[in-house]
Design a protein. Structure first.
Ligand SMILES: Nc1ncnc2c1ncn2[C@@H]1O[C@H](COP(=O)(O)OP(=O)(O)OP(=O)(O)O)[C@@H](O)[C@H]1O
Ligand SMILES: [Mg+2]
Lengths: 256, 245
């Protein structure tokens, strides 16, 4: 019994200590990000890397999510003779919820994992130690630009996801099924407010922060051995997914 | 001058350094030998605070670096060059950019001055025309030489080498040794080499220290050291040399 308790206690302490270390890490990365001279070149390079890596999967995911929403929404709404709300339903669910969350998942899988693996292999091959030895701060050079880039790039990708998702639902609803194009668009126009867009983007910026900081943290603190890279990458992806969903709930409940 | 004073370092429950004392005099080349896993890399890393001792002091020109904050520590680290066992070149940039990296990040030199400096160092290590390649595209020996160029590009006062010749063929090993000795004479830095390359490394060493069982078993000028009556040293020298021969 006592060993069970000790076990639980030990694990809890470990988790709390890990959270503390993560917050300290994020804090120092953000502090470096705000301190001049800004590493604009590195940030732009990272934004480009995130965009190049993730754009295609985000667009694909967005298109098919929108098309499924179009199908499902159409058949559900028809039961209530409310097909004309399809545009509104699709747009609101994409803008407020599915766009930010699903595009964050795609970016985690595509870019977040790559970020974690890259930093972890730099740790394993002593490149991070080499920076320390050269009196160059690796957090400032490697982590801060990635975190800033994540916060900027994630909302941009989410916008792409939303646009192509709304288009996908349009193609299904108006093109394949027999919804009028006017009612799809006007339903959307009447019900979507600026607030919905902004709240969605706040969410996705938060997710961008979560993905880049979690993946950088896990990669940066990888164990310096051959298995360290794989382990860091897996943990980074899983933890990002969980934190995205958890923070999604809290953000939604605060903003509703 | 680097003074390692009564340094203890444990990993989990493994005692690696058990009260190590070592003074590295300014100028010349000091070589640290010792068996595999005896803690040579750990000792070298404590000299630049990549690893912090559990107890004891490491003085660099009189300043204890074990408890320093980021900023004063970086000021001390700027005196150093470090050649890692695996070179540790940043694989996201070319050889040229790797060598230029510390200059770009640490100094206000213009791009032209940096170019000149980097090309000079690359030329000295025989990599003048390789600057455009990425680390993944060159051989292990070239990586080491590029790492050497990077370690020297900031004109450091002290250069630490972790096994500069391990994993290279004997000819290349010899050429790296010659390169180190040559550059040391030209630039006058204090060199600390951790090496397995016995007896080759003795030809360029001014002083030798041997790490055994967590402490320095013996140290002294190379000729004296080679005559050391210390049984641990005798056995190690005999074993290593006969292995090579
Ligand atoms: N970061 C670390 N975590 C845990 N143990 C470590 C760490 N670094 C070194 N050790 C342990 O300390 C001991 C000494 O390691 P060190 O790398 O200094 O040996 P070495 O003398 O350089 O050996 P070699 O000649 O093979 O490079 C080893 O047993 C190693 O397992
Ligand atoms: Mg070693």
């Amino acid at each position: 019994m006592t060993t069970v308790l000790a076990n639980i206690g030990g694990r809890t302490l470990g988790i709390v200590a890990g959270m503390g270390a993560g917050v300290v890490f994020l804090g120092s990365a953000l502090a470096w990000a705000l301190r001049p001279p800004a590493k604009i070149r590195l940030i732009i390079q990272q934004i480009r890397a995130i965009g190049v890596d993730s754009l295609l999967v985000v667009l694909l995911a967005g298109l098919f999510t929108g098309m499924v929403l179009g199908l499902q929404g159409y058949y559900s709404l028809r039961k209530f003779n409310a097909e004309s709300f399809l545009g509104a339903v699709v747009a609101l669910s994409l803008l407020r919820e599915l766009g930010p969350v699903l595009s964050a998942f795609m970016v985690t899988g595509r870019t977040g994992s790559a970020m974690a693996a890259e930093l972890a292999s730099m740790r394993v091959t002593e490149q991070i130690d080499a920076m320390h030895a050269m009196a160059i701060n690796p957090v400032k050079y490697l982590v801060s630009p990635r975190i800033v880039a994540g916060v900027i790039a994630m909302p941009l990708l989410t916008c792409m996801f939303n646009v192509i998702g709304i288009y996908g639902a349009y193609v299904v609803g108006v093109g394949l099924l027999d919804l009028g194009s006017g009612s799809y668009v006007s339903g959307m126009e009447q019900s979507v407010q600026l607030r919905d867009v902004v709240e969605g983007l706040i969410k996705s910026a938060t997710f961008g922060l979560i993905i880049s900081s979690v993946c950088c943290y896990k990669g940066f603190h990888a164990l310096p051995m051959a298995t360290g890279v794989g382990k860091a990458t897996t943990e980074a992806v899983v933890l990002s997914f969980v934190l995205i969903l958890v923070s999604d709930y809290f953000l939604t409940s605060v903003m509703l | 001058m680097i003074e390692v004073i009564d340094v203890h370092k444990n990993f989990d429950h493994q005692e690696v350094l058990k009260g190590t004392n070592l003074t590295v005099e300014d100028g010349g080349i000091t070589t640290i030998i010792g068996g595999s896993g005896s803690g040579k890399t750990v000792l070298l890393k404590t000299m630049i605070a990549l690893l912090l001792p559990d107890s004891g002091q490491v003085l660099v020109d009189g300043t204890d670096i074990t408890g320093l904050g980021q900023k004063p520590l970086n000021e001390i680290r700027e005196k150093f060059g470090f050649l890692f066992q695996g070179a540790a070149l940043l694989d996201s940039m070319t050889i040229f950019d790797n060598v230029a990296f510390p200059l770009r990040e640490r100094t206000r030199l213009g791009e032209e001055a940096i170019n000149g400096k980097v090309l000079e160092r690359l030329d000295q290590v025989g990599l003048k025309d390789m600057g455009y390649k990425y680390p993944a595209e060159v051989s292990g020996g070239m990586k080491k030489r590029a790492g050497f160029a990077r370690a020297l590009v900031t004109d450091p006062e002290i250069v630490l080498f972790d096994e500069p010749t391990t994993g290279l063929d004997p000819l290349l090993g010899k050429s790296i040794h010659r390169l180190i000795a040559d550059m040391q004479r030209r630039l006058g830095f204090t060199g600390v080499i951790v090496s397995h390359d016995i007896p080759e490394v003795f030809t360029i060493s001014h002083r030798v220290a041997m790490l055994a069982d967590g402490v320095i078993a013996d140290h002294g000028p190379t000729e004296e050291f080679l005559e050391s009556p210390n049984p641990a040293v005798r056995q190690f020298l005999k074993g290593e040399s006969s292995d090579v021969a």
